[in-house]
Design a protein around this ligand. Structure first.
Ligand code: FES
Length: 170
């Protein structure tokens, strides 16, 4: 059975579309609204988003699959992106990623068996000056070390939703 969007979220998405000169320009914002309402994006959610933005579903699907930031059905409760672009890689992000993969016992872009954490790689997160870094949901963790990522994982496993050490707003 196809999943549906709530009336409230549909109204919000339609209002968002009206703020753009071209309806399809609102797609990323509509994805966010639909993701929040439906929990994650899948074929049904992308079709609904495309319809609201007045564009072909295949085009919307192309945009959805281009980005790694949208929540998908198999994602864990927390998504963690380790930056793998050169400045971070030169500062040890690849080793940190491998260490996390081993610690979490999950595959490349995989989710832990308890469904708690999904580990992903990301292109430059825009914090090259404080490499290596990772993003946990909406928070950044910078100048990472093996000890810091171990602490992060320990806290998540303890049920701390927003472990200490993230970058505070200035
Ligand atoms: S290279 Fe990692 S934040 Fe830019």
């Amino acid at each position: 059975m196809a999943r549906t969007l709530s009336d409230k979220a549909r109204k919000e998405a339609e209002a968002m579309v009206k703020r753009f000169p071209h309806k399809d320009g609102a797609l990323l914002n509509v994805f966010r609204i639909v993701e929040r309402d439906m929990g994650y994006l899948d074929e049904d959610a992308v079709k609904i988003s495309a319809e609201i933005c007045g564009m072909p579903p295949a085009k919307a699907w192309g945009v959805f699959t281009f980005y790694t930031t949208f929540k998908t059905k198999n994602d864990g409760k927390y998504r963690m992106w380790v930056c793998s672009t050169l400045p971070c890689a030169l500062s040890g992000s690849e080793q940190l990623y491998d260490h996390l993969k081993e610690t979490l016992d999950c595959n490349e872009h995989g989710t832990t068996k308890d469904g708690l954490i999904t580990l992903k790689k990301a292109e430059c997160l825009g914090a090259c000056g404080t490499a290596p870094c990772l993003q946990l949901e909406d928070d950044y963790y910078e100048n990472l070390t093996r000890d810091k990522v171990d602490q992060l994982v320990t806290e998540l496993k303890r049920g701390v939703a927003r472990p200490a050490g993230y970058t505070q707003d200035p």
